[in-house]
Design a protein around this ligand. Sequence first.
Ligand SMILES: [Zn+2]
Ligand SMILES: [Zn+2]
Length: 383
Amino acid sequence: MGALRDFVAEVIELEGAAVEPVEPDGLDILAPAPLRSRMGWAELTRLGFGATLAAGAVPVGLEGQWLDRFGALFGERGRWAERQMPLGTPVPAPSDPERLIDHAFDLPNATWRLRGVSPGWARCLLLSFRYTAVSDDKREGLVWLGFNQSTGAVVTDLLLELRPFVLAQDAWSAPDPTVHQMAGQRWDSATLSARVSPLLKHSVQRELEPFLRAMRRRLERDRARIHDYHNDLRFHSLRRLAALAGAATEKAEAERKRETLRLAAIEREYAAKIDDLRHNYALRVTVNWVQGLELFVPVQRYEVLIKRRKGERVVWLDWHVLLRVAEMPMSDRGLGIERTRLVCDDRLHLTDPAGQAPCRSCRRAWCRACHAKCPRCGARDPD
Ligand SMILES: [Zn+2]
Ligand SMILES: [Zn+2]
Protein backbone atom coordinates (compact mmCIF):
# COMPACT_ATOMS: atom_id res chain seq x y z
CA MET A 1 0.00 0.00 0.00
CA GLY A 2 3.06 2.29 0.01
CA ALA A 3 2.22 3.69 -3.43
CA LEU A 4 -1.34 4.55 -2.46
CA ARG A 5 -0.18 6.20 0.75
CA ASP A 6 2.35 8.32 -1.17
CA PHE A 7 -0.28 9.26 -3.74
CA VAL A 8 -2.78 10.33 -1.08
CA ALA A 9 -0.12 12.28 0.82
CA GLU A 10 0.80 14.15 -2.37
CA VAL A 11 -2.79 14.92 -3.32
CA ILE A 12 -3.85 16.26 0.02
CA GLU A 13 -0.66 18.25 0.47
CA LEU A 14 -1.61 20.00 -2.78
CA GLU A 15 -4.90 20.80 -1.05
CA GLY A 16 -3.04 22.59 1.73
CA ALA A 17 -3.01 19.84 4.35
CA ALA A 18 -0.09 19.13 6.65
CA VAL A 19 0.77 15.44 6.39
CA GLU A 20 2.84 13.33 8.75
CA PRO A 21 3.55 9.61 8.18
CA VAL A 22 2.64 7.41 11.11
CA GLU A 23 3.52 3.74 11.54
CA PRO A 24 2.35 1.24 10.57
CA ASP A 25 1.40 2.43 7.10
CA GLY A 26 -0.62 5.49 8.05
CA LEU A 27 -0.87 9.26 7.67
CA ASP A 28 -1.75 11.91 10.22
CA ILE A 29 -3.44 14.80 8.50
CA LEU A 30 -4.09 18.33 9.63
CA ALA A 31 -6.66 19.39 7.05
CA PRO A 32 -7.76 22.93 6.16
CA ALA A 33 -11.50 23.65 6.29
CA PRO A 34 -12.35 23.24 2.55
CA LEU A 35 -10.64 19.85 2.40
CA ARG A 36 -12.29 18.81 5.68
CA SER A 37 -15.73 19.57 4.37
CA ARG A 38 -15.14 17.85 1.02
CA MET A 39 -13.81 14.69 2.60
CA GLY A 40 -15.97 14.75 5.72
CA TRP A 41 -12.92 14.71 7.99
CA ALA A 42 -12.22 16.17 11.41
CA GLU A 43 -9.45 18.78 11.69
CA LEU A 44 -7.03 16.05 12.68
CA THR A 45 -7.52 12.77 10.83
CA ARG A 46 -5.54 9.58 10.76
CA LEU A 47 -5.70 7.36 7.66
CA GLY A 48 -4.47 3.76 7.57
CA PHE A 49 -3.36 1.96 4.40
CA GLY A 50 -2.10 -1.44 5.54
CA ALA A 51 -3.57 -4.65 6.89
CA THR A 52 -2.63 -3.48 10.39
CA LEU A 53 -4.01 -0.09 11.29
CA ALA A 54 -2.51 2.48 13.61
CA ALA A 55 -4.79 3.28 16.57
CA GLY A 56 -7.85 5.29 15.50
CA ALA A 57 -7.03 5.19 11.78
CA VAL A 58 -9.68 5.29 9.02
CA PRO A 59 -8.92 2.40 6.64
CA VAL A 60 -8.22 3.50 3.06
CA GLY A 61 -7.87 1.04 0.17
CA LEU A 62 -8.17 0.72 -3.59
CA GLU A 63 -11.66 -0.67 -3.21
CA GLY A 64 -14.72 1.45 -2.48
CA GLN A 65 -15.00 5.12 -3.33
CA TRP A 66 -11.62 6.30 -2.10
CA LEU A 67 -9.92 6.69 -5.48
CA ASP A 68 -12.94 8.58 -6.86
CA ARG A 69 -12.96 10.88 -3.84
CA PHE A 70 -9.26 11.67 -4.07
CA GLY A 71 -9.54 11.96 -7.85
CA ALA A 72 -12.38 14.48 -7.45
CA LEU A 73 -9.96 16.76 -5.56
CA PHE A 74 -8.09 17.28 -8.83
CA GLY A 75 -11.14 18.74 -10.56
CA GLU A 76 -10.08 19.93 -14.01
CA ARG A 77 -6.43 20.27 -13.04
CA GLY A 78 -3.99 18.06 -14.89
CA ARG A 79 -6.28 17.59 -17.88
CA TRP A 80 -4.11 19.50 -20.28
CA ALA A 81 -0.38 20.12 -20.55
CA GLU A 82 2.06 21.42 -23.09
CA ARG A 83 5.67 20.32 -23.07
CA GLN A 84 8.78 20.40 -25.18
CA MET A 85 11.07 17.41 -25.40
CA PRO A 86 14.77 18.18 -25.00
CA LEU A 87 16.81 17.99 -28.17
CA GLY A 88 19.70 16.22 -26.45
CA THR A 89 22.79 15.52 -28.49
CA PRO A 90 22.33 16.32 -32.19
CA VAL A 91 21.35 13.30 -34.25
CA PRO A 92 22.24 13.36 -37.96
CA ALA A 93 19.45 12.75 -40.45
CA PRO A 94 19.30 9.22 -41.89
CA SER A 95 21.82 8.78 -44.69
CA ASP A 96 19.45 7.19 -47.21
CA PRO A 97 16.22 9.25 -47.12
CA GLU A 98 14.83 7.71 -50.33
CA ARG A 99 14.92 4.29 -48.77
CA LEU A 100 13.39 5.59 -45.55
CA ILE A 101 10.43 7.16 -47.38
CA ASP A 102 10.04 4.13 -49.60
CA HIS A 103 9.71 2.09 -46.43
CA ALA A 104 7.21 4.48 -44.82
CA PHE A 105 4.96 5.00 -47.88
CA ASP A 106 3.08 2.50 -49.96
CA LEU A 107 1.47 4.42 -52.83
CA PRO A 108 0.00 1.93 -55.31
CA ASN A 109 -1.59 4.55 -57.60
CA ALA A 110 0.86 7.45 -57.41
CA THR A 111 4.55 8.26 -57.50
CA TRP A 112 6.61 10.45 -55.20
CA ARG A 113 9.80 12.44 -55.23
CA LEU A 114 11.80 13.74 -52.29
CA ARG A 115 12.15 17.52 -52.45
CA GLY A 116 14.14 18.18 -49.34
CA VAL A 117 14.82 17.51 -45.69
CA SER A 118 15.29 19.93 -42.82
CA PRO A 119 15.40 19.72 -39.04
CA GLY A 120 12.27 20.96 -37.31
CA TRP A 121 9.76 20.50 -34.52
CA ALA A 122 6.53 18.55 -34.60
CA ARG A 123 3.48 19.61 -32.61
CA CYS A 124 2.23 16.23 -31.41
CA LEU A 125 -0.89 15.55 -29.44
CA LEU A 126 -1.42 12.62 -27.11
CA LEU A 127 -5.01 12.18 -25.94
CA SER A 128 -6.35 9.65 -23.47
CA PHE A 129 -9.93 8.48 -23.19
CA ARG A 130 -11.64 6.32 -20.61
CA TYR A 131 -14.19 3.83 -21.88
CA THR A 132 -16.75 1.95 -19.84
CA ALA A 133 -18.76 -0.92 -21.27
CA VAL A 134 -21.61 -2.33 -19.21
CA SER A 135 -23.77 -5.32 -20.00
CA ASP A 136 -24.13 -8.32 -17.68
CA ASP A 137 -20.51 -7.55 -16.82
CA LYS A 138 -18.44 -4.38 -16.81
CA ARG A 139 -15.18 -3.44 -18.50
CA GLU A 140 -13.25 -0.20 -18.09
CA GLY A 141 -10.03 0.95 -19.60
CA LEU A 142 -8.02 3.68 -21.25
CA VAL A 143 -7.22 4.21 -24.89
CA TRP A 144 -4.56 6.57 -26.18
CA LEU A 145 -4.51 8.38 -29.49
CA GLY A 146 -1.53 10.28 -30.80
CA PHE A 147 -1.30 12.66 -33.74
CA ASN A 148 1.35 14.77 -35.34
CA GLN A 149 -0.53 17.99 -36.01
CA SER A 150 2.33 19.32 -38.13
CA THR A 151 2.12 16.50 -40.71
CA GLY A 152 -1.28 14.89 -40.03
CA ALA A 153 0.22 11.48 -39.19
CA VAL A 154 -1.12 9.12 -36.55
CA VAL A 155 1.73 8.59 -34.08
CA THR A 156 0.11 6.87 -31.09
CA ASP A 157 2.71 4.12 -30.67
CA LEU A 158 5.50 6.56 -31.17
CA LEU A 159 4.26 8.98 -28.51
CA LEU A 160 3.64 6.13 -26.09
CA GLU A 161 7.25 5.10 -26.59
CA LEU A 162 8.25 8.66 -25.73
CA ARG A 163 6.32 8.49 -22.47
CA PRO A 164 9.29 7.38 -20.37
CA PHE A 165 11.08 10.57 -21.51
CA VAL A 166 7.97 12.59 -20.85
CA LEU A 167 7.51 11.25 -17.37
CA ALA A 168 11.12 11.89 -16.41
CA GLN A 169 10.40 15.19 -14.71
CA ASP A 170 13.86 16.70 -15.34
CA ALA A 171 13.42 16.40 -19.07
CA TRP A 172 10.32 18.59 -19.09
CA SER A 173 10.28 22.15 -20.19
CA ALA A 174 7.66 24.53 -21.50
CA PRO A 175 7.93 25.05 -25.26
CA ASP A 176 9.91 28.10 -26.30
CA PRO A 177 8.36 30.56 -28.77
CA THR A 178 10.63 29.60 -31.70
CA VAL A 179 9.69 25.96 -31.32
CA HIS A 180 6.03 26.94 -31.12
CA GLN A 181 6.36 28.79 -34.37
CA MET A 182 8.35 26.08 -36.16
CA ALA A 183 5.83 23.41 -35.22
CA GLY A 184 2.94 25.30 -36.82
CA GLN A 185 -0.65 25.72 -35.77
CA ARG A 186 -2.74 23.52 -33.53
CA TRP A 187 -5.60 21.72 -35.33
CA ASP A 188 -8.93 23.47 -35.22
CA SER A 189 -11.76 21.64 -33.52
CA ALA A 190 -13.35 20.45 -36.79
CA THR A 191 -10.10 18.82 -37.93
CA LEU A 192 -9.47 17.38 -34.49
CA SER A 193 -12.90 15.85 -34.26
CA ALA A 194 -12.73 14.49 -37.85
CA ARG A 195 -9.42 12.80 -37.05
CA VAL A 196 -10.22 11.62 -33.53
CA SER A 197 -13.72 10.16 -34.08
CA PRO A 198 -12.99 7.23 -36.43
CA LEU A 199 -9.77 6.29 -34.68
CA LEU A 200 -11.34 6.44 -31.23
CA LYS A 201 -14.23 4.25 -32.33
CA HIS A 202 -11.81 1.77 -33.88
CA SER A 203 -9.55 1.70 -30.80
CA VAL A 204 -12.38 1.24 -28.31
CA GLN A 205 -13.91 -1.52 -30.42
CA ARG A 206 -10.56 -3.27 -30.61
CA GLU A 207 -10.07 -2.98 -26.84
CA LEU A 208 -13.56 -4.31 -26.17
CA GLU A 209 -13.34 -7.19 -28.64
CA PRO A 210 -12.39 -9.90 -26.07
CA PHE A 211 -15.00 -8.56 -23.63
CA LEU A 212 -17.69 -8.64 -26.34
CA ARG A 213 -16.65 -12.10 -27.47
CA ALA A 214 -16.96 -13.44 -23.93
CA MET A 215 -20.29 -11.65 -23.51
CA ARG A 216 -21.67 -13.16 -26.74
CA ARG A 217 -20.53 -16.59 -25.59
CA ARG A 218 -22.38 -16.19 -22.29
CA LEU A 219 -25.45 -14.87 -24.08
CA GLU A 220 -25.42 -17.83 -26.49
CA ARG A 221 -25.02 -20.26 -23.63
CA ASP A 222 -27.88 -18.69 -21.64
CA ARG A 223 -30.11 -18.53 -24.67
CA ALA A 224 -29.41 -22.18 -25.52
CA ARG A 225 -30.10 -23.22 -21.92
CA ILE A 226 -33.40 -21.34 -21.81
CA HIS A 227 -34.39 -22.66 -25.22
CA ASP A 228 -33.55 -26.27 -24.39
CA TYR A 229 -35.38 -26.12 -21.07
CA HIS A 230 -38.59 -24.67 -22.53
CA ASN A 231 -38.39 -26.79 -25.64
CA ASP A 232 -38.28 -29.83 -23.46
CA LEU A 233 -41.32 -28.71 -21.44
CA ARG A 234 -43.17 -27.89 -24.62
CA PHE A 235 -42.32 -31.23 -26.19
CA HIS A 236 -43.70 -33.14 -23.19
CA SER A 237 -46.77 -30.99 -23.08
CA LEU A 238 -47.45 -31.57 -26.79
CA ARG A 239 -46.92 -35.28 -26.30
CA ARG A 240 -49.49 -35.34 -23.49
CA LEU A 241 -51.93 -33.47 -25.71
CA ALA A 242 -51.35 -35.94 -28.53
CA ALA A 243 -52.03 -38.84 -26.18
CA LEU A 244 -55.35 -37.24 -25.17
CA ALA A 245 -56.39 -36.63 -28.77
CA GLY A 246 -58.49 -39.79 -29.18
CA ALA A 247 -60.25 -39.68 -25.77
CA ALA A 248 -63.69 -38.06 -25.56
CA THR A 249 -64.34 -38.37 -21.82
CA GLU A 250 -65.00 -35.37 -19.60
CA LYS A 251 -61.81 -36.09 -17.67
CA ALA A 252 -59.79 -36.13 -20.88
CA GLU A 253 -61.40 -32.87 -21.98
CA ALA A 254 -60.44 -31.20 -18.65
CA GLU A 255 -56.88 -32.49 -18.97
CA ARG A 256 -56.67 -31.24 -22.53
CA LYS A 257 -57.74 -27.79 -21.40
CA ARG A 258 -55.20 -27.80 -18.59
CA GLU A 259 -52.45 -28.97 -20.90
CA THR A 260 -53.30 -26.28 -23.45
CA LEU A 261 -53.09 -23.62 -20.75
CA ARG A 262 -49.79 -25.04 -19.62
CA LEU A 263 -48.46 -24.91 -23.15
CA ALA A 264 -49.44 -21.25 -23.48
CA ALA A 265 -47.78 -20.53 -20.12
CA ILE A 266 -44.55 -22.23 -21.26
CA GLU A 267 -44.48 -20.10 -24.38
CA ARG A 268 -45.13 -16.91 -22.41
CA GLU A 269 -42.44 -17.76 -19.93
CA TYR A 270 -39.97 -18.49 -22.74
CA ALA A 271 -40.67 -15.09 -24.35
CA ALA A 272 -40.27 -13.35 -20.97
CA LYS A 273 -36.98 -15.13 -20.25
CA ILE A 274 -35.59 -14.16 -23.67
CA ASP A 275 -36.67 -10.59 -22.99
CA ASP A 276 -34.85 -10.69 -19.63
CA LEU A 277 -31.74 -11.86 -21.45
CA ARG A 278 -32.00 -8.97 -23.87
CA HIS A 279 -32.10 -6.52 -20.97
CA ASN A 280 -29.40 -8.27 -19.06
CA TYR A 281 -27.01 -8.29 -22.01
CA ALA A 282 -27.90 -4.88 -23.47
CA LEU A 283 -24.56 -3.14 -24.01
CA ARG A 284 -23.90 0.46 -23.07
CA VAL A 285 -20.55 1.96 -23.93
CA THR A 286 -19.47 5.42 -22.78
CA VAL A 287 -16.23 7.09 -23.75
CA ASN A 288 -14.89 10.23 -22.06
CA TRP A 289 -11.86 12.32 -22.72
CA VAL A 290 -9.46 12.28 -19.77
CA GLN A 291 -6.22 14.03 -20.62
CA GLY A 292 -4.38 15.81 -23.40
CA LEU A 293 -0.69 16.42 -23.75
CA GLU A 294 0.68 18.61 -26.47
CA LEU A 295 4.22 17.54 -27.03
CA PHE A 296 6.81 19.37 -29.11
CA VAL A 297 9.31 16.85 -30.42
CA PRO A 298 12.42 17.30 -32.56
CA VAL A 299 12.22 15.79 -36.05
CA GLN A 300 13.85 15.71 -39.44
CA ARG A 301 11.10 16.77 -41.83
CA TYR A 302 10.93 15.35 -45.35
CA GLU A 303 9.16 17.27 -48.04
CA VAL A 304 7.67 14.76 -50.47
CA LEU A 305 6.06 15.59 -53.81
CA ILE A 306 3.19 13.24 -54.64
CA LYS A 307 2.25 12.90 -58.31
CA ARG A 308 -0.93 11.40 -59.67
CA ARG A 309 -1.71 11.76 -63.38
CA LYS A 310 -1.34 15.50 -64.05
CA GLY A 311 -1.67 16.55 -60.42
CA GLU A 312 0.99 17.23 -57.80
CA ARG A 313 0.86 17.78 -54.09
CA VAL A 314 3.40 18.22 -51.32
CA VAL A 315 3.14 16.28 -48.05
CA TRP A 316 5.50 16.13 -45.10
CA LEU A 317 6.81 13.13 -43.30
CA ASP A 318 8.67 13.35 -39.99
CA TRP A 319 11.55 11.21 -38.81
CA HIS A 320 11.51 11.34 -35.03
CA VAL A 321 14.98 12.09 -33.76
CA LEU A 322 14.56 10.74 -30.19
CA LEU A 323 13.31 7.35 -31.36
CA ARG A 324 15.02 7.35 -34.76
CA VAL A 325 11.90 6.18 -36.56
CA ALA A 326 9.77 7.55 -39.37
CA GLU A 327 6.08 7.99 -38.85
CA MET A 328 3.31 6.64 -41.11
CA PRO A 329 2.25 8.92 -43.95
CA MET A 330 -0.58 11.33 -43.21
CA SER A 331 -4.12 10.48 -44.19
CA ASP A 332 -6.89 12.87 -45.21
CA ARG A 333 -9.50 10.28 -44.48
CA GLY A 334 -9.65 7.01 -42.53
CA LEU A 335 -7.69 5.65 -39.62
CA GLY A 336 -4.19 6.25 -41.01
CA ILE A 337 -2.67 3.34 -39.13
CA GLU A 338 -1.51 1.24 -42.11
CA ARG A 339 1.14 2.39 -44.59
CA THR A 340 -0.89 2.12 -47.80
CA ARG A 341 -2.39 5.34 -49.15
CA LEU A 342 -4.45 5.82 -52.29
CA VAL A 343 -4.37 9.19 -53.99
CA CYS A 344 -7.56 10.64 -55.45
CA ASP A 345 -7.71 12.11 -58.95
CA ASP A 346 -9.47 15.37 -58.25
CA ARG A 347 -7.73 16.85 -55.24
CA LEU A 348 -4.95 14.35 -54.58
CA HIS A 349 -6.25 13.38 -51.16
CA LEU A 350 -4.29 10.65 -49.44
CA THR A 351 -6.66 8.12 -47.89
CA ASP A 352 -6.73 4.58 -46.56
CA PRO A 353 -7.72 2.10 -49.31
CA ALA A 354 -11.26 2.11 -47.88
CA GLY A 355 -11.41 5.85 -48.55
CA GLN A 356 -11.32 5.22 -52.35
CA ALA A 357 -13.26 1.95 -52.37
CA PRO A 358 -15.96 1.22 -54.96
CA CYS A 359 -19.50 2.34 -54.15
CA ARG A 360 -21.56 -0.42 -52.56
CA SER A 361 -24.42 0.34 -54.86
CA CYS A 362 -23.05 1.30 -58.32
CA ARG A 363 -19.49 -0.07 -57.93
CA ARG A 364 -17.81 3.17 -59.02
CA ALA A 365 -14.76 4.07 -56.94
CA TRP A 366 -15.02 7.46 -55.23
CA CYS A 367 -13.00 9.55 -52.77
CA ARG A 368 -14.49 9.83 -49.26
CA ALA A 369 -12.40 12.92 -48.55
CA CYS A 370 -13.90 14.73 -51.58
CA HIS A 371 -17.50 13.58 -51.11
CA ALA A 372 -19.78 12.51 -48.28
CA LYS A 373 -21.79 10.25 -50.61
CA CYS A 374 -21.23 8.56 -53.96
CA PRO A 375 -21.15 11.34 -56.60
CA ARG A 376 -22.73 9.08 -59.21
CA CYS A 377 -25.64 7.41 -57.41
CA GLY A 378 -25.83 9.20 -54.05
CA ALA A 379 -25.36 6.04 -51.92
CA ARG A 380 -23.67 6.55 -48.56
CA ASP A 381 -21.30 4.22 -46.73
CA PRO A 382 -22.81 2.43 -43.74
CA ASP A 383 -21.62 3.78 -40.39
ZN1 LIG B 1 -22.60 4.85 -56.31
ZN1 LIG C 1 -10.37 13.36 -52.82
